[in-house]
Design a protein around this ligand. Structure first.
Ligand code: UGA
Length: 454
């Protein structure tokens, strides 16, 4: 099928590469000339395992092309995916200017019936707005007005596992407009997604508003599970229970399931924080309060401070003269994304208390330098008490303790003997519950996890 994807960001690139892999003829458009030039030259502007191979393979096969011009993409495509950013505004609501600008451009170049598929995470009612903008743009152009079906098809992929998630979806949620345009869209989308529905039907058809809300409700539900387990972990600490055992026990209930029950240093990333806020804001706009969603966010903000509290509990609030190693900066493994990463809160707080830090991340160093320079109000290169190191063990040289903030694979089975030799004191604050408390105690470490029984 002939497809255009507008936006060569995270969702757009993955969508374009995966749809091309399925044999479709895909044009991926972005207004950022530098980004497009890089992609045309075989580069990939984001870190996502495997994505570069998929992009290059499909480019060479001629199924995937990149460009900056909207007109040829719109003319080419029967299905046009909008996959541009919806960044949060100061009040927490989603900023729709990019989505609506794209709709305006599409409208200027329509040459027949098209299905416009919204992949960006947008508040309920956005598809209607897109429809209106498409209509107005055509009227302004003064030519005949073509019919368009604006569909909501939210994306559920996780950073670090994006290709796998796209190619093996639990479900494909599609919200259709009413009437004949909705029926035409359904026929085209059923054909597009047929490869995923061979063994059993994964598509969940619904109306547009429900599809838009499904995306927010899913992310809020997952975020809520995490915050709930983080609260239970605090209690586990207080009563001498082990959150890992509790997690296994709770998750074994088939009504609950085992995923997204891991206590840690709080959730981060570009989605959960933004989407929970946007959902609460959206509810407020209708005179409703979503108390669970608000509490989820408040618990998460507090959770990002838990490791700092543990450190202060051991060393006191004044950390001058103390040195700490930090393993992991990205908000989660297999990504260089630093958006809302708990490491940002922890690092700012420890530095403010006078600590010296040696930090290591296998992938996110340059992103982290940028993010932390912004948080700390000056370039990190000018901050003597914050050193970035290339090797995990170098982060441990003469430190008073190690803090583990991201569960990268390379941190799972480290050489504990070598670690202890490097450290001034063998103390680990494990923000991801990676290690076995009993094993570490036997090796002579002082170990503190999140809700772990020592
Ligand atoms: C999330 C959702 O999982 C995707 O389904 C959704 O498509 C995506 O948002 C989006 O809206 O675009 P993502 O933000 O990439 O994906 O990352 P997750 O793997 O969901 O992790 C989010 C955060 O939760 C991370 O900080 C992670 O460390 C934390 N987390 C996750 C926990 O603290 N405990 C867990 O049990 C699971």
């Amino acid at each position: 099928m002939k497809i255009a994807v507008v936006g060569a960001g995270y969702v757009g690139l993955v969508t374009a590469a995966c749809l091309a892999e399925l044999g479709n003829d895909v044009m991926c458009i972005d207004k950022d000339h530098g980004r497009v030039a890089l992609l045309q030259a075989g580069g990939v502007p984001i870190y996502e395992p495997g994505l570069d191979d998929w992009v290059q393979r499909n480019q060479h096969a001629g199924r995937l092309r990149f460009g900056t011009a909207m007109a040829p993409a719109v003319t080419h495509a029967e299905l046009i995916f909008i996959a541009v950013g919806t960044p949060p505004q100061e009040d927490g609501s989603a900023d729709l200017q990019h989505v609506l600008a794209v709709a305006q451009h599409i409208g200027q170049h329509l040459n027949g019936f098209k299905v416009v598929v919204n992949k960006s995470t947008v508040p309920v009612g956005t598809a209607r707005q897109v429809e209106r903008v498409l209509h107005e743009a055509q009227q302004t152009r003064g030519t005949c007005v073509h019919e368009v079906a604006v569909v909501s098809n939210p994306e559920f992929l996780k950073e670090g596992a994006a290709i796998h998630d796209f190619m093996h979806p639990d479900r494909i949620v599609i919200g259709l407009p009413e009437g004949a345009t909705g029926d035409r869209a359904r026929t085209l989308l059923a054909r597009l997604y047929a490869p995923f529905n061979r063994h059993h039907e994964r598509t969940v058809w619904m109306d547009v508003a429900s599809a838009e809300l499904t995306k927010y409700a899913s992310n809020a539900m997952l975020a809520m599970r995490i915050s709930f387990m983080n609260e239970v972990a605090l209690l586990a600490d207080a009563v001498g229970a082990d959150i890992d055992a509790v997690r296994r026990g709770v998750g074994a209930d088939s009504r609950i399931g085992p995923s997204f029950l891991y206590a840690g240093t709080g959730y981060g990333g570009s989605c959960f924080p933004k989407d929970t806020r946007a959902l609460a804001h959206s509810a407020a706009g209708h005179g409703l309060r979503m108390r669970l969603v608000e509490a989820t966010e408040a618990v998460n903000a507090a959770q990002k401070q838990v490791l700092v509290q543990q450190v202060c509990g051991r060393f006191g609030g004044d950390l001058r003269g103390l040195r700490f190693g930090i393993w992991g900066l990205a908000f989660k493994p297999n990504t260089n994304d630093m958006r809302e990463a708990p490491s940002r809160t922890v690092i700012a707080e420890l530095l403010a208390r006078g600590a010296e830090l040696q930090v290591h991340d296998p992938v996110a160093t340059s992103e982290a330098r940028r993010a932390l320079s912004q948080d700390l109000g000056r370039p990190v290169a000018e901050i003597d008490s914050l050193r970035f190191v290339d090797e995990p063990l170098d982060a441990l040289l003469a430190v008073d303790a190690l803090l583990v903030l991201t569960e990268w694979k390379c941190f799972h089975h480290p050489d504990f003997a070598a670690m202890a030799q490097h450290m001034r004191a063998p103390i680990i604050f494990d923000g991801r519950n990676l290690y076995d408390p009993a094993q570490l105690q036997a090796l002579g470490f002082v170990y503190q996890g999140i809700g772990r029984r020592n």
